[in-house]
Design a protein around this ligand. Structure first.
Ligand code: PLP
Length: 468
């Protein structure tokens, strides 16, 4: 493709993107296709001869939009958001055109130095102490895996990578049942094994881990010959926003000399607002904290930041330096691939740089505060309806509810979620709370307005009452 054709189709793609964003409100939020609808439209064999961009682009417009669930739709209330603020999208266009592989400082110095700078901007924005450095990963799952590998290595005297786990007593990690499944996966992949992920009971209105039970579990494990390695706490669990009491947990962790990783993948964005920081009070004492700017903050997916108290430990765990990756003559520079699991790295710092500069922290704080307010308003309105019950109270902008029914409650709730999503005006998902299904609502899409929250009330009550 020559430069003129590349320019033409890049403009076309940018125009398509702007039109798409402008007309999103007219589309059903969740894809309304059936399994197989899309694959039937895609040729079964690869093209032998090249095709024109006209043909490819026309097929894109014909096939792709209908197969999308629209994460940038203002009435996307499912899961957690994956916001892509236009400023960060533009940065990502540039990154895609540049297409640098930023594994080492010398493979694109600007990517490394900008990463150092914007991670520190985020640290300041979130009120974390300057004892934290940080790194950008693709996902919170990867960041948590890195943290689990570090806690495992530390606990094994830095011998796990070399000896394997069979040479040692089992390593133990502690977390509540409210943590995201990325924690289980990190435990599997690190070889620690699910059997050694010790679940600590929770208590209180925030469903946080019980620090006394944590203390007792660590003590009992030591006496039984296990090797306690670390604790994974959460601020803003995925199901109902559970928050562990980080200060009390950190105290136990310190006393036992373990490693503390905090998963704030979703709720971390809200910490740019000082009034929400009580939810993770004591986080200064963590060894590692992950949050996803690609969720609520608006950095185009994917973008996950891990703050680290002692990066040397992470480098000791993950760095490998074959001759072909050495950068002779540059002592003391950072090579972020030594802080993360994959070697290859995208230039993710640019979208954070564009995002923070375009909106400013004040713009992003306003967005987050609005979402929290509108979610609380919707929760109050549903609570006032006699045929609805609130299952979990709002934590930031997340709460869960149920529509009362005389039949099987779980079946009714699932049927209601499906009916709401088939309707298409809003998108919600379900979770399980104390063994029973509930519907989750989270407000978080960047373009959402108060009217969208009001529309959610209308759709939920209308569809539920139609079902009876
Ligand atoms: N932690 C929490 C609390 C989450 O809600 C999620 C995903 O929603 C994750 C971790 C995993 O995030 P990622 O998709 O970036 O791996």
């Amino acid at each position: 493709m020559d430069a003129e054709e590349f320019r033409h189709w890049s403009h076309k793609a940018a125009d398509w993107g702007a039109d798409y964003r402008e007309t999103l409100r007219n589309r059903p939020v969740r894809a309304q296709t059936r399994p197989g609808d899309i694959i039937r439209q895609l040729g079964e064999t690869p093209p032998e001869a090249g095709e024109s961009m006209e043909t490819i682009f026309a097929d894109f417009e014909r096939i792709v939009p209908d197969g999308l669930t629209h994460w940038q739709h203002p009435r996307f209330f499912a899961y957690f958001p994956a916001n892509a603020a236009p400023a960060s999208v533009i940065a990502d266009y540039l990154v895609t055109s540049i297409a640098a592989q930023c594994m080492l400082w010398q493979t694109s110095p600007v990517a490394t130095e900008m990463e150092t700078r914007v991670v520190d901007w985020l640290r300041q924005a979130m009120g974390l102490p300057d004892s934290f450095s940080g790194v950008i990963h693709d996902s919170a799952s990867t960041a948590t895996l890195a943290a689990v590998l570090v806690m495992r290595e530390k606990a094994l005297g830095w011998k796990g990578n070399s000896d394997g786990l069979a040479a040692h007593a089992p390593v133990r990690v502690y977390a509540s049942k409210q943590v995201h499944t990325s924690i289980d996966r990190a435990i599997w992949i690190s070889g620690i094994g699910e059997a050694n992920l010790v679940r600590i009971p929770t208590k209180g209105p925030l469903n946080g881990m019980d620090p006394e039970a944590l203390d007792a579990a660590i003590q009992a494990d030591r006496e039984a010959g296990f090797i306690p390695a670390g604790v994974i706490a959460c601020t803003g669990g995925t199901s109902i926003g559970a928050c562990d009491p980080i200060d009390a947990v950190a105290e136990v962790v310190r006393r036992h000399g373990l490693y503390l990783h905090v998963d704030a993948a979703w709720a971390g964005s809200a910490m740019i607002c000082p009034e929400f920081r009580t939810l993770w009070q004591g986080v200064d004492a963590a060894d590692s904290v992950v949050f996803n700017p690609h969720k609520w903050l608006g950095a185009q997916f994917d973008c996950s930041v891990q703050f680290i108290r002692n990066p040397a430990e992470q480098v000791q765990t993950l760095a490998i330096q074959p001759e072909y990756l050495k950068t002779h003559g540059h002592d003391g520079i950072i090579n972020y691939s030594e802080w993360s699991v994959p070697l290859g790295r995208r230039f993710r710092a640019l979208k954070i740089w564009f995002l923070l500069r375009y909106h400013g922290l004040e713009g992003l704080r306003t967005m987050i505060r609005n979402h929290v307010t509108w979610s609380a308003e919707l929760c109050e309105r549903l609570a006032a309806e006699p045929d609805f019950e609130i299952v979990s109270q709002p934590v930031l902008s997340l709460f869960s509810f149920r529509h009362k029914s005389s039949g099987d409650a779980d079946q009714h709730t699932i049927a209601l979620v499906n009916a709401i999503n088939d309707d298409g005006r809003i998108y919600l998902t379900q979770t399980r709370v104390d063994g029973r299904i509930a519907i989750r609502f989270q407000a978080g899409q960047s373009e959402m307005t108060r009217e969208d929250a009001l529309a959610a009330f209308d759709v939920i009550t209308e569809v539920a009452r139609k079902m009876g």
